[in-house]
Write a protein that binds this ligand. Structure first.
Ligand code: F6R
Ligand code: MG
Ligand code: MG
Length: 373
């Protein structure tokens, strides 16, 4: 029997340095310590702590399956401790995403974002974890479509017979909280019809159609929908498996050679160009952005992240590469073009999806002055 391993990426904005721009080192060190203890106790096999802008990201490998209460509790306790540390440093927005005070078995619906995948390990299992800041779950719709359904992007869809049957996409309707599975290439037009509206429909999972091999999982929570009001951002994370009958690492990365537009920039209320960056540039600055995404490559090996002789995980910082310079330059150019438009759509999100708005107050103030036209 091939070994079953679970990969969990659980993230939370527990507070940030100088506004909503970065998770500072003391918080990363403290979280690393907590996960090291979790690993020593045997709960998890291996871990990696990093950040996407102001979001603390916990990557954990274990054998407990998806939605495991003990794993979620380890993440929850780590976020609680990190939030306490953030309060003591008077960091900005300390504890902002921790919506509930008591843990109830699963972090879903409590604020943190989760993407998890239980896999049967193949002979060699390359994987990429993506994490983005100042955007939301729908930001992955476009690249997931390109990676698993667009034959002009992923060559393997055309010239690798093991992908000939295509891929199945699970699409979540985040407003009505229901989901549907669509198979590509047959239902490609219906798929685009839905996921072309990323504020409502988000791709949550992808499988290879011929054998239901799990290939991708993304976090899809909408904090504002959980809390009923704006409380923070749904900055997303996702896991994508690569190679040997799946899209190659390079096919997974090629959609990021150009910038594209995502919702959720400044105050969760603007469109912004996504900028692929290495960990050293994983910080949001100009107009709280532009929205950024990091991609880390690793090998799943016997229930762990393949590591060096000291036990340190081997991690590839995939966007720390000149191949993405053009996308970064495009992001800056698109960002300046959008910002020139100020608060006029389409730079600003449409009024129904803005996370900050003064429209009700404006309408209230002007209500006696509106006349029949
Ligand atoms: C937070 C975010 C930021 C904030 C903005 C205003 O992730 O997207 O753009 O919304 O900095 O923050 P407050 O209202 O906390 O001053
Ligand atoms: Mg924040
Ligand atoms: Mg964030």
């Amino acid at each position: 029997m091939p070994q079953k391993t679970t990969i969990s990426i659980i993230k939370c904005d527990i507070g940030s340095l100088a506004g909503h721009h970065i998770v500072p080192k003391p918080i990363l060190d403290m979280s690393e310590e907590r996960l090291r203890e979790g690993q020593k106790s045997g709960l998890i096999n291996s871990h990696y702590v990093f950040h996407a802008g102001d979001d603390l990201e916990l990557l954990m490998l274990h054998n407990k399956g998806e939605d495991n209460p003990a794993i979620h509790e380890l993440a929850w306790d780590t976020f609680q401790d990190a939030a306490k540390k953030a309060v003591s440093l008077k960091l900005y927005g300390a504890g902002q995403d921790l919506l509930k005070t008591a843990f109830s078995g699963n972090v879903r619906g409590m604020g943190p974002g989760v993407a998890e995948m239980e896999i049967e390990e193949r002979g060699s299992d390359p994987m990429v974890v993506f994490a983005a800041d100042k955007t939301s779950g729908g930001a992955f719709n476009y690249p997931l479509f390109k990676i698993f359904a667009d034959p002009t992007s992923t060559a393997g869809l055309v010239i690798d017979s093991s992908m000939a049957g295509g891929f199945k996409f699970e699409v979540l309707d985040v407003i009505e909280n229901k989901k549907v599975i669509l198979k590509c290439p047959g239902e490609m037009y219906e798929l685009i019809g839905l996921i072309g509206s990323p504020e409502r429909y988000t791709v949550s999972r992808v499988w290879r159609a011929r054998d239901d091999l799990i290939c991708a999982a993304s976090s899809t929570a909408r904090l504002s929908l959980i809390a009923g009001k704006y409380v923070g951002k749904d900055d997303p994370a996702m896991l994508v498996r690569a190679q040997h009958g799946l899209p190659a690492l390079g096919e997974i990365l090629v959609p990021f050679m150009h910038s594209y537009f995502v919702e959720g920039w400044m105050r969760g209320s603007h469109w912004g160009p996504l900028m692929p960056v290495g960990l050293k540039d994983s910080k949001c600055t100009a107009f709280d952005g532009p929205p950024r995404i990091v991609a880390l490559g690793f090998q799943v090996a016997d229930g762990k992240i393949a590591s060096d002789d000291n036990g340190d995980p081997l991690i590839g910082d995939l966007f720390d590469d000149p191949a993405f310079d053009l996308a970064r330059r495009e992001a800056v150019e698109y960002a300046t073009a959008l910002r020139r438009m100020g608060e006029f759509e389409p730079a600003r999100l449409s009024m129904h999806v803005m996370e900050y708005t003064t429209l009700p107050q404006i309408l209230e103030k002007l209500k006696g002055r509106f006349e029949k036209a």
